[in-house]
Design a protein around this ligand. Structure first.
Ligand code: ADP
Ligand code: MG
Length: 379
């Protein structure tokens, strides 16, 4: 049974009636541009071939009820009630409903099933938010664009879940396209799909999931945001996006060492995203690979969001002959990606497992991801 058929069956078992439709949204991997989104810079993520499906039916009353294969509970809130609180994972979808509720005349039942790895830095959270946001946009007739729905997902994650994330994940999950990455200008809110051309070069993007669990809401993510804000304020700009490489000497003289290194990562990372787009347009994948590696070093040494497992994943991928590799996602765990010949995937898997075992790390999970389309209605 496909995941789409399974989610319908689970919906019927749980709620005792049929859904009105099924929607889905992918997880994402970020090719390059880390922590640049909330600094209003550039990011270049793509949707992956792992999706969250949601079956939804309208209700006659104003209750919003959600269930998932993740546990066997039904969580609910009332459209006329208070903001949902203490509802575990259900805060993600009910948070979206809360943000979108203004013109809602009726509630809904929703059941989620997903093959997006949870907590691996592949944004299972955006997949759940975007699948329900697209569904509610249709049943509530709210006529939002996909970009607006992405911002609604971000708002739910920031205000209801309480994770201070940027807009990248939801934008990627909403607007992704097959074989392409989404260049997002987080200030202008403009997106452009950039052709990746992986297949014609016999390349794949491998994910090395270290199984080190990350927690966005933890202090590390917040403190990076705080450093970026302090840097921007001290340098007299609204956001770090306003700065370029030529501002680095001034930044170094005006900031304390820690803040400078945080700021330096953001400034150089924005440039690396733009350079990556040029490299892709020129078909220069070697140069893209170099940028991925430089991005990883910057996150390891200046932004300090990597962990030894991620560094080892990147080193091992390069030893096996990857064109480039870097940790992806918010950091402090999760996954690395490697741009590598399809024929070397097996070797990569063996080498990573061996290297992790030699260091007494948990066994990593290695798999290729295919750049895939964004949120859609499936039936
Ligand atoms: P990531 O987005 O990197 O996977 P997060 O910590 O941001 O990690 O989001 C993971 C959380 O999202 C889970 O702990 C859970 O609360 C929620 N979630 C994701 N997918 C599902 C799902 N299919 N069903 C229920 N909750 C989910
Ligand atoms: Mg997330």
């Amino acid at each position: 049974m496909s995941l789409k058929e399974q989610v319908v069956a689970s919906f019927e078992n749980t709620f005792g009636h049929q859904p009105d439709g099924v929607w889905s949204a992918p997880g994402r991997a970020n090719l390059i541009g880390e922590h640049t989104d909330y600094n209003l810079g550039f990011v270049l993520p793509f949707g992956i071939n792992f999706r969250t499906y949601v079956a939804v039916a309208k209700r006659a009353d104003r209750k919003c009820r959600v269930a998932s294969t993740i546990d066997s509970k039904i969580y609910e809130f009332d459209l006329d009630g208070e903001m949902p609180k203490n509802l575990d994972w259900a805060l993600y979808p009910l948070g979206v409903a809360w943000v979108m509720r203004e013109n809602a005349d009726f509630g809904f039942d929703a059941f989620f099933d997903s093959n997006v790895p949870i907590g691996a830095g592949l944004s299972s959270s955006a997949a759940i938010e975007c699948s329900i946001a697209l569904a509610l946009n249709e049943i509530w007739n709210t006529n939002h664009t996909k970009q607006e729905l992405a911002l609604i997902g971000q708002k739910a994650e920031n205000q209801v879940v309480g994770a201070p994330t940027g807009m990248m994940d939801q934008t990627a999950s909403m607007l992704a396209q097959s074989d392409g990455a989404v260049l997002l200008d987080c200030k202008k809110l403009e997106t452009k799909v950039i052709d990746l051309g992986l297949t014609k070069n016999n390349l794949v993007i491998a994910v090395i999931d270290t199984k080190v669990a990350h927690r966005h809401s933890d202090g590390g993510y917040r403190s990076r945001r705080d450093s970026c804000e302090l840097g921007a304020k001290t340098l007299g700009v609204e956001s770090l996006r306003e700065l370029s490489l030529s501002d680095l000497p001034r930044a170094q003289s005006q900031l304390d060492d820690l803040t400078y290194r945080r700021v330096k990562h953001i400034i150089t990372e924005n440039q690396r995203v733009l350079d990556s787009v040029s490299a892709l347009r020129d078909g220069n994948l070697e140069s893209l690979g170099r940028l991925l590696l430089e991005s990883h070093s910057s996150m390891r040494d200046d932004f300090e969001i990597s962990v030894p497992e991620l560094d080892l994943a990147v080193e091992t991928a390069m030893e096996v002959g990857a064109i480039g590799s870097r940790m992806t996602g918010g950091g402090f765990g999760g996954a690395a990606i490697a741009l590598i010949a399809e024929s070397k995937l097996g070797e990569l898997e063996i080498a990573c497992k061996k290297a992790f075992e030699a260091n007494s790390y948990a066994e990593p999970n290695i798999f290729a991801v295919v750049p895939s389309e964004g949120a859609r209605k499936d039936s």
